[in-house]
Design a protein around this ligand. Structure first.
Ligand code: ADP
Length: 162
């Protein structure tokens, strides 16, 4: 049985993330989507909120679990007995970062392989950062995230305005 983990900040989960999650769930016996607790970037949603939004987004995938984690991704993979780390690749900028991280991870934990899935064309330009900017400025984001995520984003920005 092959277990894979799909790590990320998921602040919040987008349809681009979900495209990768669906495709990875079809490739591996078990997929653990792990939500990084304290990434080195500013966050809009708390860890608990990001985990909840992700859980609601993958209820249709029976072999997928969602968990928060902190510390090294490879240490989490080892604890979960996962042999594969899944990441999504958009443009060349993602590639350079993923390549660097993959080499470091391989040094730290040679038994874990990185599998990168290319983004689907329609999500090529979708990032959580751009999505948040667009939503904050009143843009229509309904085709970019599941409905419960759109509602959570609108609520966040509404309460920030008060
Ligand atoms: P991180 O902070 O680890 O980059 P993100 O939540 O931004 O976390 O992304 C998690 C993973 O999903 C990364 O591998 C990222 O490249 C990938 N990803 C993000 N957006 C998309 C998208 N639109 N299409 C495919 N993969 C994506």
């Amino acid at each position: 049985m092959t277990t894979a983990i799909y790590p990320g900040s998921f602040d919040p989960v987008t349809n681009g993330h979900l495209d990768i999650a669906h495709r990875a769930a079809a490739l591996f016996d078990e997929l653990i989507i792990c939500v990084y607790d304290i990434p080195q970037k500013s966050l809009l949603f708390s860890t608990e909120e990001r985990v909840d939004l992700m859980k609601k987004a993958v209820t249709d995938l029976p072999n997928v679990q969602v968990e928060p984690y902190s510390g090294l991704t490879v240490s989490f993979a080892r604890r979960k007995k996962a042999k594969v780390i899944v990441r999504g690749l958009r443009m060349s900028s993602d590639f350079e970062r993923e390549f660097e991280m993959a080499l470091m991870n391989k040094k730290l934990e040679p038994g874990v392989e990185l599998v990168c899935l290319m983004t689907s064309l329609e999500f090529q330009f979708l990032s959580a950062t751009l999505l948040k900017e667009a939503c904050q400025l009143g843009g229509d984001i309904t085709n970019l995230v599941p409905p419960h995520v759109a509602a959570a984003l609108e609520e966040k920005f509404r309460s920030a305005k008060k």
